[in-house]
Design a protein around this ligand. Structure first.
Ligand code: HEM
Length: 396
C-alpha cells in the first residue's frame, strides 16, 4: 500500500546564531518567498514554521488549537513557566484582566512626566562625551527605570537591576550567571512582597500592594506565583525595549534623510515608531504547542508538535506590505503589523514600549540631532530574540 505524504519542505536554518545586522530578516524573507510552510530540524526539537502574514495572523488567533504553554519554538523546554505568557484560556484571561490596568494607555500617560525627565537627564549625562554605545548603556538603563516606575518600585533600584538584567539576556536565560540573576530578581520581589504584607501601600499606585489586595488582587496566586509574574514582566519588557531602541537608532544613524524628517517634524515620531516595529521585529517568532491534530491549509500537525509563528517574516511579507523592506512613514497599513503579536497574548506592555521609544527619539534628537555610526563599527545581531550586540554612535 502506498501512502501519499503531504509535501512539506525541510528547513535547516538555525536562527539561534549571531550574524551581521539584518541577516536574520534576510534568511526569514528568503524562506517565506520560497514556501509558506516548513519543518525546521535545526534544533533538537523540530518545529513547523508558518512564514506568511495571513497564516501567522490566523494561527495566532487560534488558542484552542495552539497553546502558549510553549511560547518559543527555539527553546520549547524552558524550565520557567512565565505568567501570563505561558498560561492559556480562562487562567490567562483572569490574570490579564488584573494586569492590563497597570499597562493601559492611561497608566502610561500618568508616567509621562517622569519618562521625559529621566530621558532628558540620562541623555544629558553622556551627550557632552560625543560618543556612546547605546545598546550597552542607556538602552537598557532607561527601560529598566521606566519599568520600576510603572510598578511603583524605587527608580533608584535601577542600577541593581541592570546587572541582573544584563546577565539574564547576555546568553538568553542560559548559564550560571543567568540562573543567579533569576534568583536575585525573585529575591528582590519576594522581599518587596514581604514588605507590602507588613505595610501595604496605596493599591492605586503600588503594583504589589494591588496584587496582594484582598479585593482587587488575583487571590488565586500564591506569593511564589506573584514573584514569577514580576520575573516574567522583567524578562518580557526590558530586553525587548532595549533591542527596539537599538534597531531604531541603527536605522536613524544610517539613514540621515529619515532622521532629518523626524527632527524637522517631531509629530511624526509615533507613526515612525509603529513603522519601526513592523520593519524591525525583534521577536522573530512566537512558539506554540499544538493541542489537537489539525490540517492547517494542507499542513498536517499533530497534538504535541511545536509551531513557529514567523512574526518577523510576516511583517516583511510583500503580500501584505508593499515594498516591505523599506521604511515608509506614511505606509497606510503599518498598524496591521504583528510586532506586538495579536490575539489574546498581544503584548501587555506595548503602550509602555511605544511611549518609551517615542520619548527617547524626541528627547535624543532635541539634544543630539546629528550623529553616525562610529567609524569601523560592525553591527552584529544576537540570534534567537534579535538584539544588537553593540551600537557605537558618535557626534560632534
Ligand atoms: C519594543 C518592545 C516590545 C516588543 C516588540 C514586545 C513584543 C511582544 C510580543 C510579540 C508578544 C506576544 C507573545 C506571544 O504571543 O506569545 C509580547 C507579549 C508580552 N509582552 Fe511585550 N514587547 C515589548 C515590550 C514589552 C514591555 C515594555 C512589557 C512590560 C513591561 C512587555 C510585557 C509583555 C508580556 C507580559 C507579554 C505576555 C502577554 C501574554 O501572554 O498575555 N512587553 N510582547
Amino acid at each position: 500500500m502506498t501512502t501519499t505524504e503531504p509535501r512539506c519542505p525541510v528547513s535547516h536554518t538555525d536562527y539561534r546564531h549571531d550574524g551581521p545586522i539584518l541577516s536574520h530578516y534576510a534568511m526569514a524573507s528568503a524562506e517565506r518567498e520560497a514556501e509558506p510552510f516548513y519543518l525546521n530540524d535545526a534544533t533538537s526539537h523540530p518545529f513547523w514554521m508558518l512564514t506568511r502574514y495571513e497564516h501567522v495572523l490566523e494561527a495566532i488567533q487560534m488558542p484552542e488549537y495552539f497553546s502558549n504553554s510553549v511560547s518559543n519554538a527555539l527553546s520549547p523546554d524552558r524550565k520557567v513557566r512565565f505568567m501570563p505568557n505561558n498560561l492559556d484560556g480562562e487562567e490567562h484571561l483572569r490574570l490579564r484582566r488584573v494586569l492590563n490596568r497597570w499597562f493601559s494607555p492611561a497608566a502610561v500617560r500618568g508616567l509621562d512626566a517622569v519618562a521625559k525627565r529621566r530621558a532628558r537627564e540620562l541623555i544629558e549625562e553622556f551627550a557632552p562625551d560625543g560618543r556612546a554605545d547605546l545598546v550597552d548603556g542607556f538602552a537598557l538603563r532607561y527601560p529598566t527605570e521606566m519599568f520600576l516606575a510603572t510598578i511603583g518600585m524605587p527608580v533608584e533600584d535601577g542600577p541593581k537591576f541592570l546587572g541582573w538584567v544584563g546577565a539574564l539576556f547576555a546568553n538568553l536565560y542560559k548559564g550560571p550567571e543567568a540562573e543567579a540573576a533569576v534568583v536575585s530578581i525573585r529575591g528582590y520581589f519576594a522581599d518587596a512582597i514581604e514588605d507590602r504584607l507588613r505595610s501595604p501601600r496605596d493599591p492605586e499606585t503600588d503594583f504589589l500592594s494591588r496584587m496582594l489586595h484582598p479585593e482587587h488582587g488575583p487571590r488565586w496566586l500564591s506569593h511564589d506565583d506573584l514573584t514569577t509574574v514580576c520575573l516574567s514582566l522583567v524578562t518580557a519588557g526590558l530586553d525587548t525595549t532595549r533591542s527596539g531602541l537599538g534597531y531604531v537608532f541603527a536605522h536613524l544613524a544610517t539613514h540621515p534623510e529619515d532622521r532629518r524628517t523626524l527632527v524637522g517634524d517631531p509629530d511624526l515620531v509615533p507613526k515612525a515608531i509603529e513603522e519601526f516595529m513592523r520593519l524591525y521585529s525583534l521577536i522573530l517568532q512566537e512558539g506554540r504547542l499544538v493541542l489537537k491534530d489539525i490540517d492547517f491549509h494542507g499542513l498536517p500537525m499533530k497534538a504535541g508538535d511545536i509551531l513557529w509563528l514567523g512574526i518577523a517574516s510576516a511583517n516583511r511579507d510583500p503580500r501584505k506590505f508593499s515594498c516591505p523592506e523599506e521604511f515608509r512613514i506614511d505606509r497606510p497599513n503599518t498598524g496591521h503589523h504583528l510586532g506586538f503579536g495579536a490575539g489574546p497574548h498581544r503584548c501587555l506592555g506595548m503602550h509602555l514600549a511605544r511611549h518609551e521609544l517615542e520619548v527617547v527619539v524626541r528627547e535624543w534628537h532635541r539634544q543630539i540631532p546629528e550623529y553616525s555610526l562610529a567609524p569601523g563599527a560592525e553591527l552584529i545581531e544576537r540570534g534567537h530574540q534579535l538584539s544588537l550586540r553593540s551600537l557605537p554612535l558618535v557626534w560632534s
